[in-house]
Design a protein around this ligand. Structure first.
Ligand code: NAX
Length: 336
């Protein structure tokens, strides 16, 4: 076991995703089986009791890797020394709420949290934003943390990526573990583009497998456009409809995958994460957009030089246009 515990700060720790995350993190699934950790749970005052209750249960679980659990309602205290910051707590859209109000309410959360991270987190802090609108919340947090390298701020699109794997595997007769090089592009919203053009299953081209199974390239394209892409993009709504409540276990699982791969590296192909654009693929520099990414030496790297056909170009442009709109709206609100 390495000597110094890694500090993980989780915001919204008293909520649903927080509850699903805590036990798996404490069991070592995020950092690995040899890394001790301490948990800092941040909540708003109304959520503190729930977080305290979860802390009691963590104690009762006697996780050997877990050295401390502390609950806070103050961001500066909670992010103090954080090596990993998982920003789950956000302001949900309430009935009749305008988008500008939603962005402003979340700016009021993610701006100060970014500033607190800037002031007190560890030098190697890595941030993943889960709370929606995740991409733009990450943009706001990063803008408020001028001393933290931009590439340390990310937003979660791994759930979309995993959902796409789950839909694709049965369609090509493969297991999810055989699939490689699928990409979620753009925003974590219904405009996202789940792209299989470069994907492989057991080493074979996914577009070719789909064409063979569905009876030609036109049928494969129709399946992608009419079924696969909308099903992945709207999966959150489907879960709410069936389960009666939003995605929790899968969201926690994807968050663990994201941080795990960031720290430990991707192997055998790429994954998807929303990272600060360096201008790749025509995505304006500075936007937090989902890309095909590999993790190398603890840093995400956008996979370069993939070919994009006209359909892919259009779908990416649509989602990026939404990100630009969100960025311009938060700029107009004085949040950037
Ligand atoms: P819950 O409402 O169960 O929990 C949210 C918790 O955050 C609450 O306990 C609340 O008190 C706390 N909170 C609110 N403001 C806070 C602040 N300023 N500081 C600290 N804590 C704060 O929601 P849950 O189901 O856990 O979902 C959390 C967020 O994840 C939502 O914004 C949701 O939209 C988002 N999701 C993002 C996904 C993604 O793939 N990026 C997928 C799942 C999920 O929909």
């Amino acid at each position: 076991m390495s000597a110094k515990p890694v500090t993980i700060t989780i915001t919204g720790a008293g909520g649903q995703i927080g509850y699903a995350l805590l036990f798996r993190i404490a069991a070592g699934e995020m950092l690995g089986p040899d890394t001790p950790l301490r948990l800092h749970l941040l909540e708003i005052p109304q959520g503190v009791r729930a977080a305290e209750g979860a802390a009691l249960e963590l104690q009762d679980s006697a996780f050997p890797l877990l050295t401390h659990v502390d609950v806070f309602d103050d961001a500066r205290a909670a992010f103090s020394g954080a090596n990993v910051a998982v920003l789950v707590g956000a302001r949900p859209r309430s009935a009749g709420m305008e988008r500008a109000d939603l962005l402003a309410a979340n700016g009021g959360i993610f701006g100060p949290q970014g500033a607190a991270i800037n002031a007190v987190a560890a030098d190697d802090v890595r941030v993943v934003v889960v709370g929606n609108p995740a991409n733009t919340n990450a943009l706001i947090a990063a803008a408020n943390a001028p001393d933290v390298p931009r590439d340390r701020f990310t937003a979660l699109t791994r759930l979309d990526h995993n959902r796409a794997l789950g839909q694709l595997a049965p369609a090509v007769g493969a297991s999810v573990g055989d699939l490689r090089n699928l990409t979620i592009w753009g925003n974590h919203s219904v405009t996202q583009f789940p792209d299989v053009a470069h994907a492989t299953a057991g080493g074979s081209s996914v577009p070719a497998l789909l064409a063979a199974r569905l009876g030609g390239t036109d049928a494969a394209r129709a399946w992608l456009v009419e079924q696969f892409i909308p099903r992945v993009a709207k999966r959150g709504a489907e879960i709410i409809e069936v389960r009666g409540s939003s995605s929790v276990g899968s969201a926690a699982s994807a968050t663990i995958d994201h941080v795990h791969d960031w720290l430990h590296g991707t192997s055998g192909g790429w994954t998807s994460a929303a990272v600060v654009s360096d201008g790749s693929y025509g995505v304006p520099e500075g936007l937090v957009s989902s890309f095909p990414v590999e993790s190398v030496d603890g840093a995400w790297r956008i996979v370069p030089d993939l070919s994009l056909d006209a359909f892919a170009r259009h779908r990416i442009d649509v989602s990026v246009a939404e990100l630009i709109e969100e960025r311009d709206a938060v700029r107009a609100l004085g949040l950037l």
